[in-house]
Ligand binder design. Structure first.
Ligand SMILES: [Cu+2]
Length: 156
């Protein structure tokens, strides 16, 4: 009967919850990947990056690369000096371990000017905190479900 379904629902949610609370992996540009003539400002606009999340730059090596730069380097597309090695695997993962502003560019030819530049702000509210927030609303949700079931059983 309904009680069995309720127990099943609780079991599913308890199993799923830790997955929901885990750190996020952001694929830069989603399916488009890291390329010229893409609006990464628009891509990043509605996203919330947190400490513990990961950025993934996908592209066909060696056509592009990923350089971490500062705000000026980003704005003026300044290529880092020769002795700094860029990420260039074509599947570059960057762990966002520290909060603050981060700027990334491609230093191949004039790709930065052609739009291969990404600016994000990493929030210091960690994924663990987000998990707690989520489980808070989760508890509220479960309380409502339980209340509905109690009311239903009283009516019946
Ligand atoms: Cu490039």
């Amino acid at each position: 009967m309904a009680w069995n379904k309720f127990v099943t629902l609780i079991t599913i949610l308890v199993v799923l919850l830790p997955t929901i609370a885990m750190a996020k992996e952001f694929v830069v540009g989603d399916d488009s990947g890291w390329k010229t003539n893409f609006d990464y400002e628009a891509w990043a606009k509605d996203k919330v990056f947190r400490v513990g999340d990961t950025l993934v730059f996908n592209y066909k090596a060696p056509n592009h690369n990923v350089f971490k730069v500062n705000g000026t380097g980003f704005k003026e597309c300044i290529k880092p000096t020769e002795n700094e090695a860029p990420l260039s695997s074509g599947n570059d993962k960057i762990d966002l371990n520290i909060s603050g502003n981060k700027w990334y560019i491609c230093s191949v030819k004039n790709h930065c000017d052609l739009g291969m530049k990404l600016f994000i702000t990493v929030s210091d509210e960690s994924s663990a905190v987000r998990g707690i927030t989520l489980s808070g609303s989760y508890q509220a949700f479960m309380a409502v479900i339980t209340a509905i079931h109690i009311i239903q059983s009283v009516i019946n």
